[in-house]
Design a protein around this ligand. Sequence first.
Ligand code: GRG
Length: 297
Amino acid sequence: MEIKQYLSDKKQLVEDKLDSLMLAADGPFSHHIEAMRYSLFAGGKRVRPILCRASAEAVTSDPSLLDEALIVGCALECIHTYSLIHDDLPAMDDDQLRRGKPTNHMLHGEAGAILAGDGLLTFAFELLARPATAISTATQVNIIRLVAEAAGPLGMVGGQALDIAGENSSYPFEHLQTIHRSKTGALIRCAVQTGALAGGASNEQMQQLTSYGEAIGLAFQIVDDLLDATSTTEALGKSAGSDQIRGKVTYPAFFGIEETKNLARKAIEQATQSLTNFDAPAAPLVQLAEYIYARTY
Ligand code: GRG
């Protein structure tokens, strides 16, 4: 299977599903919903929903379970988009460009962007808690708990707090790993875990997919550090070189570019090794790991 084709098919699936789930920008809340839609449909790679659905595919071929996983993936994309809107605010990274377009607050103002992020975060949980027929209420509650943990104070939000607190200071490598695992890795691992849960994975499959998710989550952020240090604003669609400007500790700052590439490779190998007990339906997960390593934006 050609990964480019797989990614483009699944990206379309995600776009269509997000469009069908997302509120329409009309009525009294139209400006607020327009601000949410602006960033949600600004051209993201949709890595988290694609991973969520691919993880379900590794354990089931039941179309209604795969659709549940896709909805969970769309909720994760709403959370991811909120995090980018807030990360770009003047109080945080103060960025003007995201996904090659003006950042949310440039168009909708700071208050509008804060509320667009708040709206997306809350709407994600509305999606996760919707009446579902294919999965049990217990599975739904487990998924909601995993998402809240991954997005919350010991996950993405906590990681962002540590990242900001650590600007212009030095700290041990173990602390950098904690930041990477929580700020970026937690939501990616959660995409894999929740897709597996929606698909009805066994405990053993959950353990193996969790190891896979942890490894690709770390690889994703290592590659992000590399791209920030080596790529251009034009290629990334967001400001390149910002880590150095903001005095952030990164993998390249610790290890240099070449060794950082080796460490990303090692994380990808760890990820694929976690999948050795899976059959052909897990092939997209192997290729997605390679895509995360080779991505250029
Ligand atoms: C503000 C609560 C809060 C959290 C922000 C994730 C995050 C925490 C900030 C984003 C900063 C950043 C550049 C992190 C690096 C990894 C990352 C999440 C990159 C962007 O994700 P992609 O590449 O983006 O999946 P697209 O645009 O393709 O969706």
